[in-house]
Design a binder for this molecule. Structure first.
Ligand code: PEP
Length: 249
């Protein structure tokens, strides 16, 4: 049984006061929805305040990244321990913006997934091909490489969430079609089955890339897609609430 999820990735948007303002109305807007895990991933500096505001709501906090060590001389980094103390449950790992702008390799992604499991956090592992790879028919090859390197020698763990995020669809207003996303999600589940056996049935697989209130059901209505990872459209309370309600049965 896989509970559906909606994940809001706020990227580098919203100051602390804007994040707090969002929380003055949003919990009430989605208050009656109990069958969709709704995860808000704000910038790090808002996590402490929001950890107080999510108490007594159905909302869950996630982080957009983390380091793999518990502590150390790593200027500018945030550790799993620091996230745990704030009640953060999920952590996005290997987002294409981290891979492309900050040089995060598959090796680093693997260390972070491992660290998330070891500290009891749920990693949201992002994988996806770029436009040229998509056009050259290399999607499956790229996803197979990214997934197998990220999970190399890790024990099966149903805390894993995988987000299929075609790089060409992120922030472009041009999503994949439901058919393509669903085919890819099925392919990813097959890869997970080969790696992890039955545990694959419990791993949630999400689609991300230009999801909005008008198209979300094109993706989340498909058998192997268990929810959506949403950037731009998650910044507006009204849109995010509409999407959470749409995914709710
Ligand atoms: C993302 O940030 O992972 C994302 C999918 O962004 P957007 O919804 O804006 O395409």
């Amino acid at each position: 049984m896989r509970d559906p999820m909606v994940i809001a990735n706020w990227k580098m948007y919203k100051t602390l006061s804007e994040a707090v303002e969002f929380f003055t109305h949003f919990p009430a807007e989605v208050g009656k929805v109990s069958d969709v895990e709704t995860v808000i991933c704000p910038p790090f500096i808002s996590l402490a305040d929001l950890s107080r505001l999510v108490k007594n709501t159905s909302l869950i906090l996630g982080a957009q990244n983390m380091h793999w060590e518990k502590e150390g001389a790593y200027t500018g980094e945030i550790s799993p321990l620091m996230l745990q103390e704030l009640g953060v449950k999920y952590v996005i790992i290997g987002h294409s913006e981290r891979r492309n702008f900050f040089g995060e390799s598959d090796r680093v992604v693997r260390k972070k997934v491992d660290a998330a499991f070891k500290s009891g956090l749920f990693p949201i592992l992002c994988i996806g091909e770029n436009w040229d790879q998509f056009n050259n028919g290399e999607t499956k090859k790229i996803l197979q490489e990214q997934l197998s390197l990220a999970l190399e020698q890790l024990s099966p763990n149903n805390k894993l969430v995988v987000a299929y995020e075609p790089v060409w669809a992120i922030g472009t207003g041009t999503p994949a079609t439901g058919e393509v996303a669903s085919g890819v999600a099925g392919y990813i589940r097959g890869l997970l089955r080969d790696l992890w056996g039955e545990v694959a049935e419990n791993v949630r697989i999400l689609y991300g890339g230009s999801v909005n209130p008008d198209n979300i059901l094109e993706f989340t209505g498909k058998p192997d897609i268990d929810g959506a990872l949403i950037g731009g459209s998650s910044l507006k309370e009204k849109f995010l609430a509409q999407m959470v309600r749409a995914v709710s049965k």
